[in-house]
Write a protein that binds this ligand. Structure first.
Ligand code: PYC
Length: 339
């Protein structure tokens, strides 16, 4: 199939927002139509024919590794308001909790939200969203599940690390706090194995640690269901805020960490807590991010499924026309190798 002249695109209109600190860049018009009767097919079409547009929108010099793009499409399910495909500078995402809150806030800003609750189709299932009087948006995510608890992975720089593999709309490894390694003398590992506080001043070491864990999972072939790659790493620790239950640091695919508490990561964390008997259905879970922002989450049962919801706020930060000049060497963004 042709790319509908995607190479001749010279501008796209976007709305930027941030959800509890994490940016979302919604593309409403200008992107060529995607082929496919399902959102998963459309996601594959985006990756195969329009990967240069993905890069152009979220990579440098127009974006950054932190930005999550949200391409709005017509719905595929009866009763849904729209479809959406999320992506970042590395590739496409399954679901995105902060992005869905940002998308709803953007639709409100544009006067396109006709109902206070709506359904949105994503490549991994249809989600619900509801606008509340205080301006917050609650997202009813796709069902979450725990794939494996207490998985041990040998990380060259750290020794053995234990964590849980869970699905919250993306695949997560939720690393446990690290006790001194019994298998090797702690001294031999040096300071690398010490606990790193989940604070902004420690973002460098936290990123390095999470990336090392991700590399080790890949090297050892530790995966999610059906061989899915685990591309999000969540480090979990005690909260800073008096009104939170836990604080996290989430490394997204690529090199950027989530400035929000990560909607899919909060969903995966709640599924793990529930599986361990530590979080009852309906009980509130307040997840603090590394930047100190908060999502409130809870779990509901739908048949045999455990369905997570998260609630938070988003704010509009910009309305922009991105330009792609024909002679710009970075017309389609920087490649991953350059970035
Ligand atoms: O909020 O689910 C989320 C998310 C995933 C990646 C970045 N944010």
């Amino acid at each position: 199939m042709s790319n509908y002249g995607a190479d001749s695109i010279d501008r796209l209109s976007i709305i930027d927002s941030h959800t509890e600190g994490e940016p979302t860049r919604v593309i409403l018009d200008g992107w060529p139509p995607l082929a496919g009767a399902t959102m998963a097919e459309r996601q594959r079409d985006l990756s195969s024919r329009f990967d240069h547009l993905r890069r152009a929108v979220v990579s440098e010099p127009r974006g950054s590794g932190v930005a999550v793009g949200a391409l709005v499409t017509p719905p595929v399910e009866r009763g849904s308001a729209c479809g959406v495909i999320y992506f970042n500078d590395v590739g496409v995402l399954g679901m995105c909790g902060h992005g869905t809150i940002g998308l709803v806030r953007t639709l409100i800003h544009l006067g396109r939200l006709t109902e206070r609750s709506l359904r949105i189709d994503t490549p991994v299932g249809t989600v619900g969203a509801e606008l509340h009087d205080d301006g917050s948006v609650a997202v009813e995510n796709v069902p979450a599940s725990v794939h494996a608890l207490d998985v041990r992975v040998r990380v060259p720089t750290l020794g053995w690390v234990t964590g849980d593999v869970a699905w919250g709309g993306n695949w997560f490894f939720l690393a446990h706090a690290m006790p001194p390694d019994e298998a090797r003398p702690t001294a031999a590992l040096g300071p690398s194995r010490r606990e790193i506080p989940l604070t902004l001043s420690q973002v460098g070491p936290l990123t390095e640690r999470a990336a090392a864990i991700r590399d080790a999972l890949h090297a050892d072939g530790i995966r999610g269901a059906n061989g899915a790659i685990i591309d999000h790493i969540e480090l979990v620790g005690p909260p800073d805020r008096a009104d939170a239950d836990a604080r996290n640091f989430v490394l997204c695919p690529g090199a950027a960490y989530d400035r929000s508490p990560c909607g899919t990561g909060t969903s995966a964390a709640m599924a793990v807590r529930h599986a361990r008997g530590q979080l009852a259905l309906g009980a509130r879970w307040r997840q603090e991010s590394i930047t100190g922002t908060l999502f409130t989450g809870w779990l509901s049962a739908r048949g045999d499924d455990i369905v997570p919801s998260i609630r938070g706020h988003a704010w509009i930060t910009g309305e922009t026309v991105l330009r792609f000049e024909a002679n710009d060497p970075f017309r389609w963004g920087m490649t991953e190798a350059v970035a």
